[in-house]
Design a protein around this ligand. Structure first.
Ligand code: PXP
Length: 242
């Protein structure tokens, strides 16, 4: 499997810059689907800096692929998830001041509360992935918590350059986490900071079922349009798997 879930948050970032109605992340999502995206991701943040509640509700009604709701483990978001019923939830840590999600969840410290939270969503029929750093401990705790799967944080990998320092070590961390995740029977996704250059090495990891990519695709869309940007990313993923 080599699925691509397109994160459309930054279409909403542009819209919110003028508190306007355009560009609409839902329209972009539909274009992404037409271009072969296997799913759409929206991160409804506590501060509503980009995606708004309306976006998620409209997407849920008209999306033809899988809707992945990225959210923090809060009571407010729990209630929204139960109302919207996305195809899956990815739990992420959230800090108000960060530009984007900075690190994975601390699944060790919070494993009891996460277990209850994940259990509540799963009881409502919503599969849950945990966004974690590529560490074996974090994979083991995610399994213990009872999540359906994980999303491996590729941000550190994305900060390295091809052939540069740390590149091999970061790829190895992602590979090891993916191998253990698969061995434990978890759905294995990866994302954060992936772009048209660095996707190759992670897309070659066959244990990863799905990639969640936002910023680079939306940035490319400004030049080429959403459909061409999505099609090219999908092509690179498929090519890396051959
Ligand atoms: N996965 C998760 C859990 C994220 O928080 C983000 C950023 O919203 C992404 C994937 C996508 O990252 P990027 O926008 O850098 O492609």
């Amino acid at each position: 499997m080599s699925r691509l879930s397109v994160n459309v948050d930054h279409v909403a970032t542009v819209r919110q810059a003028r508190l306007s109605v355009e560009p609409d992340p839902v329209t972009a999502a539909l274009q992404a689907e037409l271009a072969g995206a296997d799913g759409i991701t929206m991160h409804l943040r506590e501060d509503r800096r980009h995606i708004q509640d309306r976006d998620l509700h409209v997407l849920r009604k008209i999306a033809k692929t899988r809707v992945n709701l990225e959210m923090a483990a809060t009571k407010e978001m729990f209630d929204i998830a139960l109302e919207v019923k996305p195809d899956m939830v990815t739990l992420v840590p959230e800090k108000r001041q960060e530009l984007t999600t900075e690190g994975g969840l601390d699944v060790k410290t919070h494993h009891e509360s996460l277990k209850r939270f994940v259990g509540g969503l799963r009881d409502a029929g919503i599969p849950v992935n945990l966004f974690i750093d590529p560490s074996l401990d974090a994979v083991k705790f995610s399994h213990k918590i009872g999540s359906d799967g994980i999303e491996i944080h590729t941000g550190k990998y994305a900060e390295t350059r091809e052939g540069g320092p740390g590149r091999e070590a970061e790829i190895k961390r992602v590979v090891d986490a993916a191998l253990l995740s698969k061995r434990l029977g978890l759905k294995t996704h990866a994302g954060h900071g992936l772009d048209y250059r660095n996707i190759k090495d992670v897309a070659a990891i066959k244990e990863i079922d799905e990639f969640a990519i936002g910023f680079s695709i939306i940035a490319m869309s400004v030049y080429t349009g959403v459909e061409a940007a999505v099609r090219e990313m999908k092509r690179l993923i498929i090519e890396a798997r051959r």
